[in-house]
Ligand binder design. Structure first.
Ligand code: NI
Ligand code: MN
Length: 229
């Protein structure tokens, strides 16, 4: 049985008894995370961009578990320079991993690692379409609304994980417009309530999603597990 587990902010695990794929593992220093990185044993780590609330514990998790970091080329090469195992990709490209296919989608945002006051630019940010046990899961990464989400929606998504925090990414109203283009069977909000500047009511978002868009949504609390079916 495969599972989708939420760990707060934009961090999710997609897992079964063989694979644990963690996306944007911001756990250390995340006030709402439910788990410490030492409790996880990922086989693959997907990172949407270089900001520290997404790259998070990726380097340490990669080194301690020999887990492959899958990320846009420049970010992947940065991770490799820090001792991680990587598989570089780029926007529009897909690759069939042992657990299923991963495709990188555009995301309108920035991407840099800030280390000792120095900015290391890490290319384009991305989103991911992840195939897992015959289901398609879209993780939008950090992004604003863009019309090409309509094209992503043509892939017949089962799950859409969308940021709603506003300020740095889409707010709830734009996330509803995004969900209407994506038409996933279930939309799950992310990237909210981690910090005061991104405070939102996810339950109100899910209600509006149903009322305005006629779409099913679900709020996951950090630690919640959803059976993927
Ligand atoms: Ni960001
Ligand atoms: Mn972010």
């Amino acid at each position: 049985m495969s599972r989708l587990v939420y760990h707060g902010h934009s961090c999710f695990c997609i897992e079964n008894d063989t694979y644990q794929i963690i996306i944007d593992p911001f756990l250390s220093g995340n006030p709402i995370a439910d788990v410490q990185p030492s409790k996880l044993q990922p086989t693959h780590i997907l990172v949407t961009h270089g900001h520290d609330d997404h790259l998070g514990d990726a380097l340490e998790l990669s080194k301690s578990n020999k887990a492959v970091i899958i990320a846009p080329n420049e970010l992947a090469l940065y991770c490799e320079s820090q001792g991680a195992t990587v598989h570089p990709m780029h926007i529009g490209g897909s690759f069939k991993f042992p657990f299923g296919r991963v495709k990188l989608t555009p995301a309108w945002h920035g991407s840099a690692v800030i280390k000792n006051g120095q900015f290391i630019y890490t290319g384009c940010p991305c989103g991911f379409i992840i195939e897992f046990e015959g289901k398609l899961i879209y993780h939008a990464g950090d992004t604003g609304l863009f019309g090409d989400m309509k094209l992503i929606g043509e892939e017949k998504l089962d799950y859409a994980l969308l940021p709603i925090g506003d300020n740095y990414v889409m707010g709830p109203d734009d996330a509803i417009r995004a969900a209407q283009m994506l038409k996933a069977k279930l939309t799950i909000p992310m990237h909210y309530n981690t910090f005061p500047i991104i405070e939102q009511d996810p339950h109100e978002f899910v209600q509006k999603l149903q009322k305005i868009g006629g779409l099913d949504g679900q709020v996951m609390e950090p630690g919640d597990v959803l059976l993927i079916k």
